[in-house]
Design a protein around this ligand. Sequence first.
Ligand code: A3P
Length: 296
Amino acid sequence: SSSMKPPSRPELFDFEGVSMIHNFTDNWEKVKNFQARPDDILIATYPKAGTTWVSYILDLLYFGNDAPERQTSQPIYMRVPFLESYFKVIPSGTELADNLPTSPRLIKTHLPVQLVPKSFWEQNSKIVYVARNAKDNAVSYFHFDRMNMVQPEPGDWNTFLQTFMEGKNVFGPWYDHVSGWWEKKQTYSNLIYLFYEDLVEDTGREVEHLCSFLGLSTSVEEREKITKGVQFDAMKQNKMTNYSTIPVMDFKISPFMRKGKVGDWKSHFTVAQNEQFDEVYKQKMKNATVKFRTEI
Ligand code: A3P
């Protein structure tokens, strides 16, 4: 018929043991063989853990005083390519990364640690991992799947929560992701493991922490300026960081910069859901040593 069809949502499938959608696997040969450089900085996260926040912090630390057009005319997803992404509307992540003129290159990935291209390890590139507590991460992912038409249909909150506990989300189980990367940190010293909760609690302290990991001698004044510029309200107003330039997201359903809080899960979980979630969490994380805060 000639009537407009609603955009069809992608289906999940198993990719090397991880739930995925085609837009993150169709370019796999290029992703797998991606040539990392020793000065690359890989920003790795489970989706909705604070990727954009940390990407923007790093971009300002390295390039904040460069040509102003960088900050005013180029959305963050063009400055910090999403390695495995392969969509028709923008160049692939590998193509964007290969063509980045800057040094260092800032590159984003949501891949679980076992799927990261091996050249990052061979080149000993720096890696910034950001993790967020499972409850807030689940809530944020639910709203993201609702508003992002290129993500699978989440169903209602309870349906989504069950899916999350089963690990049937794009990029697989949260539990394996955060603990797999935590394990990696024990043997790979060029990895810093940050927590979203720490960033909310004291952004300036975490920026300082990042500077010392990266070996940057950014001045106190500069760090304070950056800390101010990356606060939730500033990023929400900023068209280059709030994703308003991406056509596949429906902000009438939910904005990308949604709440930016620790503990928003309390307004979503019922008492029964919380008990079930805690039970599952205990089971799934029984061998994990990484500890999270669900409130600050
Ligand atoms: P909420 O949906 O809970 O608001 P990602 O960039 O990994 O997709 O993560 C998005 C989440 O990080 C969203 O969480 C978003 O609001 C939050 N976020 C982004 N920038 C932030 C900031 N400056 N301060 C606090 N939260 C931020």
